[in-house]
Design a protein around this ligand. Structure first.
Ligand SMILES: *[C@@H]1O[C@H](CO)[C@@H](O)[C@H](O)[C@H]1NC(C)=O
Ligand SMILES: *[C@@H]1O[C@H](CO)[C@@H](O)[C@H](O)[C@H]1NC(C)=O
Ligand SMILES: *[C@@H]1O[C@H](CO)[C@@H](O)[C@H](O)[C@H]1NC(C)=O
Ligand SMILES: *[C@@H]1O[C@H](CO)[C@@H](O)[C@H](O)[C@H]1NC(C)=O
Length: 734
């Protein structure tokens, strides 16, 4: 979730690294631990979530689980998800790190600490003998015998049992066992003092990396992701600004040149040139500080085939990684959606298989719709990676066929939707990644509107008949429908994030306004000034239409909360046909008094507004006037509130009367044109409700976080909260 920068931040500039760049203003490195946390969480005591002393409420947890999946084997689903994919994963890993080779306490002696199965190690004063490596004539990649007996040395006490018991994961991209098994202990010092043991002495902390496939974004980002999380395990003080320092070496465990169009990503980690197995020649190199980071293909690791439980999404670790890369590579930050159009990026694959045959036709169909800005992206080495990130980070809807290019989703803004055009019958992979990243996801489901090209005759038998080795055409009508669906999801998410969703696509997204709702637009609402003085009237349509400045005229409204005998609030989910805020959950009934004499009268405890409420409760929920008596409705106070809806063509700018009603008898029959679903909510469910349900109306979300808890607690003596003089002003963005 995007959170505002807390204004108090300037006071904490001391924590933020300032680097002067030749071309621009100083670069503030928000990624230094304290700064990142403070910025994304808003308070100084925040922690990541993997530290032993970090409680859930202090951590970065942003996990959302659907209520129906709230538990898994009696454990809260959130904590299962966190252990699988969030900072909880790091907590487990961190807690298993222990000395494999223990130092004698002397500052010049060595040590090596490792996690279970030697998936991560960190140590100091260690020597690697590169002499035999130079003699190996062949290419070293995914190799398990780069080091031989005595290839790595230290002066410390080796825990042989630990080494033995944790050396069975003999796989190059899962464990450091293939290297560490050759650990040899000696009596000499390896801190550079003894020239008999060290030909070269490296003071700068060094990270060794065994890489996955560097041409494939999905795989190569498994490397970067695990590198990032390893920095969190850096044994030093977690809040030390140096924990994420770029003054480090990265040594790639290969003896061939590193090539990858994703190379710029390394700049997020190191300011120095990349090293490899040949960099030191045939020498014995002593490292002051050495890290063997978490590896890219661990089973149940991150994020290669991460298991994730159903119904949960949004790992704070994934979000932190995304922010880390974007910020370190200085991709301009985006905190708002575009003001006019939804930006669609269609990934075009230049490969032999899995191409979109009628891509031009699809793009043309989308361009005929209003409200979309479509860009076809050819992400090749000719298009620098930083440029690709800029494009992606300003994308609202990312479309692509199943393929590694979808890994770009890491860098979408948090409200974006991923549309995997066709998953080629590999349903889990990118859908899971989308859920880890906390984004919306849709994919093609209509088989009759999908046209596989008859297969490539030259295809070998092994690949024949495999959906991934085919090309596809898509029905343009269905394509546009799906993009509209993606747009709807994106807009709802941006409302949930309280962002300005920009200009409306109502004409695109709901081409036909529901006739009943259309009719209601002709009703006249009461225009007022900020002091609630009536200044005129206008149609409901005009009252909710944004002008060029994104403003709609201020008008009078009400927000009614009906409580039952048990003090539960009757909540409604607005129908999908509503023009403003369709499908969102909100309090019992929200609407407008009309510009007619009976409803304009605000004397006598706003009698006119209460009459309007009675009228609407009947038409929306079928609650009879005798069950909603005007004299029992309590007018509490007024709030001023504005928010755009649906991409900003329609919006709210209301002076809202808050009404409470404690109902004796409550019978209702919701009108499906207005209300999709209803439920009763208990006071102690409020927190979970606003946490778990992304689809809340912005005014309900605001009230739920401000006045509502207090009012609710005192609902039996609600009169005490009456305040008919103030008009509380809510910002349009939280
Ligand atoms: C290595 O340790 C010895 C003994 O503590 C110390 O005298 C020497 O300065 C250290 N060398 C380096 C390069 O730190
Ligand atoms: C390894 O762990 C020991 C104690 O468990 C600690 O004193 C030492 O600093 C750690 N070494 C590194 C390099 O983190
Ligand atoms: C880990 O933290 C230390 C500060 O204690 C820092 O010097 C070092 O650069 C960090 N990174 C690595 C890879 O050791
Ligand atoms: C699938 O697409 C076809 C062609 O556009 C359309 O006629 C049909 O209604 C769609 N089916 C479903 C279930 O949406």
């Amino acid at each position: 979730m995007v959170r505002p920068v807390s204004p108090g931040f300037v006071l904490w500039v001391g924590w933020v690294g300032l680097v002067w760049t030749a071309t621009g203003p100083p670069f503030r490195d928000w990624n230094l631990p304290k700064a990142h946390l403070e910025r994304s969480w808003g308070h100084r005591d925040a922690c990541w979530g993997h530290e032993p002393d970090c409680s859930q409420s202090m951590g970065l947890d942003e996990i959302q689980c659907q209520p129906e999946y709230s538990h898994f084997h009696k454990r809260p689903a959130k904590s299962v998800f966190d252990d699988q994919s969030g900072f909880g994963y790091l907590r487990k890993m961190r807690s298993s790190v222990r000395p494999l080779c223990r130092s004698a306490g002397h500052p010049a002696s060595s040590n090596l600490n490792c996690s279970d199965q030697l998936t991560f190690c960190q140590g100091r004063n260690l020597m690697i003998d590169f002499r035999p490596i130079m003699d190996i004539g062949r290419t070293l990649r995914y190799d398990m015998d780069v080091l031989k007996e005595g290839g790595i040395h230290g002066r410390c006490t080796l825990n042989r049992l630990f080494l033995q018991e944790h050396s069975n994961l003999m796989s190059p991209l899962q464990s450091w066992a293939p290297e560490v098994r050759y650990f040899q202990t000696d009596k000499v010092f390896f801190n550079g003092t003894d020239s008999r043991m060290c030909d070269v002495y490296v003071e700068r902390p060094t990270i060794l990396m065994k890489l996955d496939a560097t041409v494939n974004m999905y795989h190569h980002f498994c490397d970067f992701f695990n590198l990032y999380l390893s920095l969190h395990l850096n044994g030093s003080d977690r809040m030390s600004p140096e924990a994420f320092s770029t003054d480090i070496n990265i040594l790639i465990w290969e003896n061939i040149d590193y090539h990858s169009s994703f190379r710029p990503t390394f700049q997020a980690f190191t300011q120095h040139p990349l090293l490899d197995l040949r960099s030191f020649g045939a020498q014995r190199v002593c490292f002051r500080k050495l890290m063997l980071p978490a590896l890219p293909r661990l089973i149940f690791g991150l994020y290669y085939n991460t298991p994730i439980i159903q119904g949960c999404r949004n790992s704070a670790l994934f979000r932190a990684f995304s922010e880390f890369i974007l910020h370190r590579l200085r991709i301009p930050e985006r905190v708002e959606t575009d003001s006019r159009q939804l930006r669609v990026t269609l990934l075009s694959r230049l490969t032999k298989h899995r191409r979109i045959i009628n891509q031009e036709q699809l793009v043309a169909a989308l361009n005929r719709e209003t409200g979309y800005h479509v860009e076809v992206a050819y992400f090749t080495h000719k298009n620098p990676f930083e440029q690709q990130l800029r494009t992606i980070h300003s994308t609202d809807i990312l479309i692509g066929l199943h393929g590694a290019g979808l890994t770009h989703m890491f860098f979408l803004p948090p409200w974006a939707t991923v549309f995997e055009l066709y998953n080629c019958e590999d349903a889990g992979c990118y859908q899971d990644l989308t859920h880890l990243c906390g984004l919306n996801y849709i994919t093609w489901t209509n088989r009759t509107a999908l046209f596989p090209q008859s297969e490539d005759p030259n295809l070998d038998s092994e690949h024949k008949g495999q959906p991934k080795f085919n090309n596809y055409a898509f029905d343009p009508l269905e394509f546009v429908r799906k993009v509209n669906e993606a747009g709807q999801l994106m807009i709802r998410k941006s409302v949930m994030l309280s962002l300005n969703p920009g200009k409306c696509l109502a004409s695109t997204l709901s081409p036909k306004i529901d006739p009943v709702q259309e009719k209601l637009l002709e009703e006249r609402c009461i225009l007022v000034d900020e002091n609630d003085r009536k200044i005129g009237s206008d149609s409901k349509r005009n009252c909710h239409t944004l002008d060029d400045r994104g403003q709609s005229p201020l008008h009078r409204a009400f927000s009614l909360f009906i409580f039952n005998e048990n003090n539960e609030i009757l909540m409604q989910q607005r129908s999908d046909d509503k023009i403003t805020f369709p499908g969102l959950w909100t309090n019992t009934c929200c609407s407008h008094p009309l510009a007619v004499p009976e409803e304009q009268d605000v004397s006598n405890e706003a009698i006119g507004v209460r009459r309007a409420a009675q009228r609407r409760v009947l038409s929306e929920l079928g609650i009879l006037p005798e069950h909603c008596p005007i004299e029992k409705m309590v007018y509490l106070t007024r709030i001023l509130y504005s928010a755009p809806s649906q991409c900003g063509q329609w919006g709210e700018n209301e002076l809202d009367y808050i009404l409470f009603l404690k109902a004796k008898t409550l019978k209702f029959e919701p009108n499906p044109n207005e209300v999709k679903e209803v439920m009763f909510m208990k006071a102690n469910q409020l927190d979970d409700f606003i946490q778990d349900r992304p689809n809340l109306t912005p005014w309900f979300a605001l009230l739920a976080r401000s006045f509502l808890p207090k009012w609710w607690a005192g609902v039996e003596t609600i009169e005490q909260f009456k305040d008919h003089t103030s008009i509380h002003k809510f910002p349009s963005k939280s």
